[in-house]
Design a protein around this ligand. Structure first.
Ligand code: ADP
Ligand code: MG
Length: 448
């Protein structure tokens, strides 16, 4: 095992012990610089994140590393400039996809945009046509049509693609100043600039923009200071008719620990969702990708993918790439039977059952709570409600007994669990938003 693999394995463990927002802000930016016997050196991009990891998460990190390799006993934290560049700028390409010809993609350092994402490559079908129409309107009349534009939906459904397509299109015009940034990056920029006393100049930089795009804005949940500074930036931009575009995995009202005044700003423009693609849309996506990649695929095999891969566009693309890669290797078209074999493990993960732990940790992550909070005694509403959702899912999806569900939550009485399940059941039947929320949580449980 090399140091990269060691860190990946440790991260996989750490993500269950720290809140999602924290994970994104502090851990994804760190790397292992060196690993010698029992000592690991961890490199961080600035002194603030070094201190944060060292003071707040040392035990978690040590435990995770030690679980991966029991020899490891000590950690040194170092501020290092030789940080890996933002991993998101280029999606990982599975080895088997190498045979398909991809263009070279570039990250524009001035705007933060990646030119791989364009409208030209964006497939429009019923699941995303509202979001697409809103995006087009914004391109026609930036700052005037819809401001802010808020696009929400589950993972892999094309939010980043659409946001960046808007940015790239607008960037064709000379005079427009654009910035694309993911919210976890925004959080760490704001936090370190506060620490380095340069927050005012950072804010000025943002306030000069004509278009500001913030991806995955749910990551500002619970970040009070960031929210406060962002609120001022938002207002300044809004007042001079600069276009603001945001994406999130959920509605503004479902983002936990989001200041009221920010929420109402987010809701003040246009809020549109991208839902999961239905069968027709999935088929359309596959057909289009085949043309784009100039590949020849058996219609039955294609139909098999469209029927069985249901979660999102990313997985559809992945399945199709794999099929094509196998065809290239074998130098012949695969029929339905061989396609089934090739894709077996992908479709199996679609139907895999979840463990109670996975359900509970997914619910906690979705609402940005600690596992401990979720299973604690507290009756605070913003914890009690997610807890009821977790109970409901355990009952509904795993058919657990009321008694055993109660035990998972610190020995609660089975009548409490029955009450929770009935209550959520009833609310789901009345409230479409809750249905959306639950399907996003399920997507986390089964889809990732
Ligand atoms: P999200 O940000 O919602 O998690 P992404 O924008 O990263 O999703 O999309 C995941 C992958 O699927 C990307 O490779 C993207 O290009 C592709 N994709 C998503 N939606 C579409 C679409 N409508 N047309 C073409 N490709 C898409
Ligand atoms: Mg995204």
């Amino acid at each position: 095992m090399n140091k990269e693999e060691l860190w990946q394995a440790a991260l996989a463990r750490l993500q269950f012990n720290v809140s999602r927002a924290n994970f994104a802000a502090w851990f994804k930016e760190a790397v292992i610089l060196d690993w010698q016997d029992d000592l690991v050196s961890i490199g961080t991009p600035n002194s603030f994140s070094k201190e944060w990891l060292e003071k707040k998460h040392h035990q978690d990190i040590l435990k995770a590393l030690n679980e991966v390799c029991s020899e490891i006993k000590k950690i040194k934290y170092v501020v290092s400039k030789q940080q890996k560049t933002n991993i998101e700028s280029r999606p990982p390409v599975a080895p088997e996809t190498k045979q398909i010809q991809f263009e070279e993609f570039q990250l524009n350092p001035r705007t933060g945009l990646n030119n791989r994402y364009t409208f030209k490559d964006f497939i429009v079908a019923s699941f995303n046509e509202m979001a697409f129409a809103a995006a087009e309107a914004v391109v026609q009349e930036p700052g005037r049509a819809y401001n802010p534009l808020f696009i929400y939906g589950g993972v892999g459904l094309g939010k980043t693609h659409l946001l960046q397509a808007i940015g790239n299109k607008l960037d064709e015009e000379d005079e427009i100043k654009i910035k694309y940034i993911s919210a976890d990056k925004l959080v760490s920029q704001i936090v370190s600039s506060i620490y380095e006393r340069s927050i005012e100049s950072l804010k000025k930089e943002f306030q000069r923009l004509d278009v500001l795009i913030v991806d995955d804005i749910q990551f500002v949940a619970g970040k009070e200071k960031t929210q406060e500074e962002f609120f001022h930036v938002f207002n300044a931009l809004y007042e001079k008719n600069s276009q603001i575009i945001l994406s999130s995995d959920r509605l503004p009202s479902a983002i936990p620990a989001l200041e009221k005044r920010l929420r109402s700003r987010f809701e003040g423009g246009m809020v549109v969702d991208i839902s999961r693609p239905d069968y027709e849309s999935r088929r359309a996506i596959l057909e289009t990708k085949i043309k784009e990649w100039k590949a020849d695929v058996d219609p039955e095999a294609l139909d098999y993918i469209a029927t069985n891969i249901q979660n999102n566009v990313r997985e559809l693309e992945g399945a199709l790439r794999r099929l094509i890669a196998h065809q290239n290797m074998k130098k012949k078209k695969l029929n339905l039977e061989s396609a089934r074999k090739v894709l077996r493990d992908l479709t199996r993960t679609q139907t895999k059952t979840a463990s109670p732990q996975k359900i509970i940790s997914s619910v906690a992550a979705f609402y940005d709570l600690d596992l401990k909070e979720l299973t604690s005694e507290t009756r605070k509403k913003d914890i009690a409600f997610p807890r009821q959702i977790a109970m409901y899912l355990l009952r509904k999806d795993l058919k657990k007994s009321y008694l055993s569900i109660g035990n998972l939550f610190g020995g609660r009485d089975h009548t409490t669990v029955i009450y929770a399940c009935n209550k959520i059941e009833e609310e789901v039947s009345k409230d479409g938003r809750l249905t959306d929320e639950i399907s996003m949580i399920r997507q986390r449980i089964y889809g990732e």
